[in-house]
Design a protein around this ligand. Structure first.
Ligand code: FE2
Length: 185
C-alpha cells in the first residue's frame, strides 16, 4: 500500500521497514559525505595563505602530533566543514554534523570554537575578544583553549608539513561509522 501523507502510516506497514532500511543505508555513507564536504573546502581561499582544506588538515595534524584522541583529531579535521554551507554560522553547522558521532565535550568545543578564535579576530569585528571567558567554567574549556591557540589559529602556514588527507581517511571511516545510540537530537 502506497502512502501520500505521513498520517497514513501505521506501525505494521512494509513502508516503515523499507524507509528504515533505506535511511540506515544512506546514513552508512556518512564518511563519503564528509569527504565530499572537505573537498569543497579546497576551493575556499578567501584571502588566507592556505585554502580551508589545508587549514583543516593542518589543524588535525597539529592535534595528532600533540597527542589528541582520534575523535578530537577528526573533530579538528572537520571543525570548519560547515563553511561548505555557510561561513557565518559554520561552527554550529560543523558541530551538528559531528554531534551524533562524538562526545558532548567534543561537540561543545567545536560549537564554541569561533568564540575561542575570537581572541585573535573579534577585535577587528567590533566584538569581545574575551568571548571565550563565558565558557571558563565548562569542563572542556582547557581543551578548547588548546584547540584554538595551539592548533586552529596556528594552522595557516603554507610551509607546514601536514599529513596528507589520506592519512586521516581511516579515522574518518571509524568515527563516522555509525551514530551513537540514541543520538537523534
Ligand atoms: Fe579553523
Amino acid at each position: 500500500m502506497a502512502f501520500t501523507r505521513m498520517d497514513q502510516l501505521t506501525a505494521d506497514m512494509d513502508e516503515i521497514r523499507v524507509i528504515g532500511d533505506a535511511l540506515a543505508k544512506r546514513q552508512a555513507a556518512m564518511p563519503e559525505v564528509i569527504r565530499g564536504m572537505l573537498g569543497e573546502l579546497a576551493s575556499h581561499l578567501d584571502g588566507f595563505p592556505v585554502d580551508q582544506l589545508e587549514h583543516s588538515i593542518q589543524t588535525a595534524t597539529r592535534a595528532e602530533r600533540a597527542g589528541a584522541s582520534e575523535e578530537v583529531i577528526v573533530a579538528s579535521l572537520c571543525h570548519d566543514i560547515g563553511k561548505a554551507v555557510s561561513d557565518v554560522n559554520h561552527a554550529a553547522i560543523s558541530a551538528e554534523i559531528l554531534r551524533p558521532y562524538v562526545s558532548t565535550e567534543t561537540y561543545e568545543i567545536i560549537h564554541a570554537h569561533q568564540d575561542f578564535q575570537g581572541k585573535y579576530i573579534y577585535a577587528f569585528m567590533g566584538k569581545d575578544p574575551d568571548a571565550r571567558e563565558r565558557y571558563a567554567d565548562r569542563p572542556w574549556y582547557r581543551l578548547a583553549c588548546r584547540f584554538s591557540d595551539a592548533w586552529d589559529q596556528a594552522a595557516f602556514d603554507p610551509d607546514y608539513d601536514s599529513y596528507p588527507l589520506a592519512h586521516f581517511e581511516p579515522m574518518i571511516d571509524r568515527v563516522f561509522a555509525s551514530p551513537r545510540q540514541g543520538a537523534q537530537s
